[in-house]
Design a protein around this ligand. Structure first.
Ligand code: GCU
Length: 614
């Protein structure tokens, strides 16, 4: 207490918040991540999708002035002026990107507030309630009835915040503050070649759970077991002992999985029909523990490498792929089932058995539908270009996004590769950062392969990235014929390289404005893009260690950084225009090439060479 009277700290200065630039620190302490995730497989959920009240908040006044703390009251009852009124805000639908809702929000980057009333009817006395957010681009902070309950970083993976004990009977005020500002310490950082969408762009739901519930589970072939053993693992919400049961339709009757301290794992002698693109066989799986049960449809397959070969179920395969972004003329980064099924129909029309879901985790339905229609996937986290590799907090962000992706998709047969980055300059800090991510992927999931889209080693002019020692499959992006007009470099690169492990050409291509015609060297014409594909495909066919490719890219997509007369905010390397209907001439070239590849592939024969199973 100071001699002059009240302690300074007790004086409420209504202008204090104007001078506080550390306001965000309080919300970093409540971060949730992969450890808080709850599986939604087969669960009945209470959807919170629909119109929420919405306001942009470019200066973070809501965090500075704690908008979330005050119940909304009509302006007629205000005793002091306010800078906000969530009872009178505009509305925005969930799931959606705010950019697609109003012209004035098209390029908005910064904080924004979603608010809705959550009418709650309490269940059993020991019921637990968990908020599940499919994705929020980029950082989200959750408030319930004025209380901060948790925050999350990462624009493309789900997260959960437990509401138990905070929900009251009747109306509750749920607020999610979402911030899509581009920053150098984020993953991705502030410079990318895709549009920076923002918002709650995947579904939001309330989970009602028993006191003890199944947080995570895995059902997969045991690598190297000759397809005759299936491992089932279960993780509970709490470290208790007990017994779960698992059943696999047509394969395994309800069978016990003993649980100790909240975890259990059992291997069963089973011989499932194997999943493959030609035969995407899925089995219904049900797990129960106490009053909780979850369900999924799982395919059984083994992916491995042997020398410079990639083996699916011990058979040598080539990956006929294409890269694809999550981007839609009307939906932005939000996907719906129709958009996903069109994407895969176009890929199949190309003759694909594989897709690279660039450059971040796609909608979980995109992965589940790939299981169903028979497409293999490369899924990746957005460790893209110049990440702040020396920043430990940035590593934690990337590692958590990887852990959330793996937790979300670990039971998806279609996912065969985890990608830990794209086109990152080869520095010591980057090597350490991404080697750790590769090790983390293997530790979390020993059943899949690890890759990254690497750059050419320009000194040796070879495929020789130091990160390759930590990868099972080397991805390589190269643009000979486009950014480097001569194809001689590609011939030289392939002749100089002896990678000793499988290579996927993870990007090549050229921009083309649909309908623009000209000569083979007239940039941005369909004829130029066609010529690049013809030459690339002919040269790449000469490299035996190239075991797959995902040319860049299936559809034209939005990117703010390209403003020439040909592009006007779009990347035009699509084989199909942004209308997702107009095919360009190069589409037929790639389709013919893949058809010839598929025809030439001898009927699969069991692979004799000992496979280095993941
Ligand atoms: C890079 C990058 C892509 C980008 C592409 C292009 O390879 O990985 O994200 O869109 O080049 O230049 O079109």
């Amino acid at each position: 207490m100071t001699a002059e009277g009240a302690d300074r700290a007790t004086v409420v200065d209504p202008y204090d918040h104007l001078h506080d630039e550390s306001y965000a620190d309080a919300f970093a302490r409540g971060r949730v991540g992969a450890a808080s995730l709850v599986t939604v497989a087969g669960r009945a959920v209470e959807s919170l999708d629909g119109d929420w009240r919405f306001a942009i908040d470019p200066h973070d006044e809501g965090l500075r002035q704690t908008w979330y703390a005050d119940e909304p009251v009509p302006a007629s009852e205000w005793t002091v002026p306010r800078d906000y009124d969530d009872g009178a805000w505009q509305t925005a639908p969930v799931p959606a990107c705010w950019n697609m809702r109003r012209p004035e929000w098209r390029h908005y980057e910064g904080g924004a507030w979603y608010t809705r009333t959550l009418d709650h009817t309490p269940g059993e006395a020991d019921e637990r309630t968990v908020l599940h957010v499919g994705a929020a681009a980029y950082e989200a902070r959750v408030f319930l009835n004025g209380q901060f309950l948790g925050a999350h970083r990462g624009a493309s993976t789900p997260f959960c915040v437990e509401l138990t004990g905070h929900l009251r009977p009747g109306p509750n005020r749920l607020q999610i503050q979402v911030d899509n500002a581009r920053r150098t310490d984020r993953v991705p950082m502030r410079h990318t070649d895709w549009f920076n969408y923002g918002g709650l762009y995947r579904s939001v739901a309330l989970l009602r759970l028993p006191a003890l519930f199944i947080r995570d589970f895995g059902v997969a072939l045991v690598p190297g077991s000759g397809f005759r053993r299936v491992a089932v693992d279960v993780t509970l919400s709490d470290p208790v002992d007990g017994t779960a049961t698992v059943a696999i339709d047509g394969l395994l009757p309800p069978s016990p999985v003993p649980i100790t301290a909240g975890r259990g794992r059992v291997e069963f002698d089973l011989a499932p029909e194997l999943w493959s693109p030609d035969s995407p066989r899925l089995y219904g799986v049900t797990l129960r523990f106490g009053a909780d049960s979850v369900a999924d449809r799982v395919g059984f397959r083994e992916i491995a490498v042997a020398g410079e070969r990639i083996l699916l179920n011990r058979r040598d395969i080539t990956l006929r792929g294409v890269s694809v972004h999550e981007d839609d003329l009307l939906l932005g980064k939000t996907s719906d089932e129709a958009d996903i099924r069109r994407r895969y129909a176009d890929a199949k029309a190309l003759g694909c058995n594989f897709l690279r879901l660039a450059h971040y985790p796609h909608d979980p339905r995109a992965v589940a539908i790939a299981d169903e229609v028979g497409l293999m996937l490369w899924s990746e986290i957005p460790v893209y270009w110049a990440i702040d590799f020396a920043n430990p907090d940035t590593y934690e962000d990337a590692a958590n996004q990887l852990a959330e992706l793996i937790a979300r998709d670990r039971n998806r047969a279609s996912t065969i590769l985890w990608g830990v980055g794209n086109e990152n300059a080869d520095t010591d800090a980057r090597l350490s950062f991404m080697a750790r991510l590769a090790a983390l992927a293997r530790q979390l999931d020993p059943t899949r392969l690890v890759t990254a889209a690497c750059l050419i080693d320009r000194e040796r002019f070879a495929i020789a990235d130091r990160l390759a020692d930590h990868l099972d499959v080397i991805g390589l992006n190269e643009y000979f014929g486009w950014y480097e007009p001569s194809f001689d470099g590609l011939r030289r690169l392939l002749a100089n390289s002896a990678p000793g492990k499988p290579v996927i050409i993870s990007e090549f291509g050229a921009d083309a404005v649909a309908g623009l015609r000209g000569g083979p060297r007239d940039l941005f014409t369909e004829d130029c893009q066609e010529a690049v594909y013809r030459e690339q495909l002919a040269i790449l066919a000469t490299a035996p260690y190239v075991r797959g490719m995902t040319p860049w890219v299936l559809y034209d997509f939005r990117t703010e950084r390209r403003q020439t007369a040909f592009q006007r905010g779009w990347n035009r390397k699509g084989l199909i225009a942004e209308d997702k209907t107009t095919r360009k001439r190069a589409f037929a070239v790639l389709a013919a090439h893949y058809r010839a590849m598929a025809d030439a592939e001898a009927p699969p024969s069991p692979h004799t060479q000992t496979a280095k199973s993941r």
